[in-house]
Design a protein around this ligand. Sequence first.
Ligand SMILES: *Cc1c(COP(=O)(O)O)cnc(C)c1O
Length: 369
Amino acid sequence: MNVMNVKFLDLNRIHEPIKQEILTEINKIIDKNSYILGEKVEEFENNFARFHGMNYGVGVDSGTSALELGMKVLGIGRGDEVIVPVNTFIATASAVAFADAMPVLVDCDKNYNIDAGKIERAITKKTRAIIPVHLYGQPADMSEILEIARRYNLKVIEDACQAHGASYKDKKVGNFSEVSCFSFYPGKNLGGMGDGGMILTNNKELAEKLKMLRNYGQSKKYYHDFFGYNRRLDALQAAILNVKLKSLEEWNKQRREIARRYTELLKDLPIILPNEKPGREHVYHLFVIRAENRDKLAEFLKNKNIDTGLHYPIPIHLQKSYAGLGYKEGDFPAAEKYAKEILSLPMFPGMTNEEVEYVCSSIKEYFGK
Ligand SMILES: *Cc1c(COP(=O)(O)O)cnc(C)c1O
């Protein structure tokens, strides 16, 4: 097979076919000088909410802000504990700290999501909420999590930052909590050309309050009803995201197809492939495998011009910045074991069959097959 160069994510492949349409939209905004909130942001909020079957969307400046404001609007703050998975991007825990609350970590299961069976023992008198993350694009065990939340009277806030359009029992993620949070960081399944985020809700009152919280607590210009922030989604990002949203379903389909090919071509090797649980549609933000000597495999692929990633090399409890939480090595055995074995393979819409085959034949070559 010819030698190729396979990027981990090639955004040019995604943007090339829609570049002109995006430039036209950007031009319109420049002509109007309408950069902050306004029509384009509302249009995107409505479109994104409708796409997920939800009533209201509130655009913010990042996924982290979506989580932080989502907690604040539910009244979570000082003295409260919020349960988050130990295996996630750091922002899930950071947002809890930004909201002045305390993150309490729970280990992951073999699908890399929060282990619902271990949530109860992390609940204390101070626990107010659970933030399940639909990690890598696979929905978390929402039935079990919602049942625990109901029993202990806890709020649930979905972190759907990696799972735009994924579904659980035929409903899209974002439908399982009072407020749910999305990121439009460029590399996400739906990404802007800069930072951005969104909170979805079916509660009109919460939506209105969130719109004020992201905009200085303002009800009308220069009337500030409560303390608020500057966390707005800007109009350029909204215009770009509006164009890109039209392709999200097709892109997710392509991701699933690439995952299907990987799974087919890699099935007989000593690696652990993603396990799709029944009743949920994984949207493969990442295609994460596990192998012993993962670093050697990554190195071998690097020499074949194949880029890979690690999501994530250090679980949150072992990050220096979270040493203050008081956890230690050995506290979360699954996450610690997986962190040493995981490897994310190239995955993006527009990735060709030849590229998938080249990645797989290179992995086979590594294993001497
Ligand atoms: C990307 C991400 C976030 C944060 O989103 P930003 O837009 O980068 O602030 C939060 N949680 C998870 C799981 C993410 O992947």
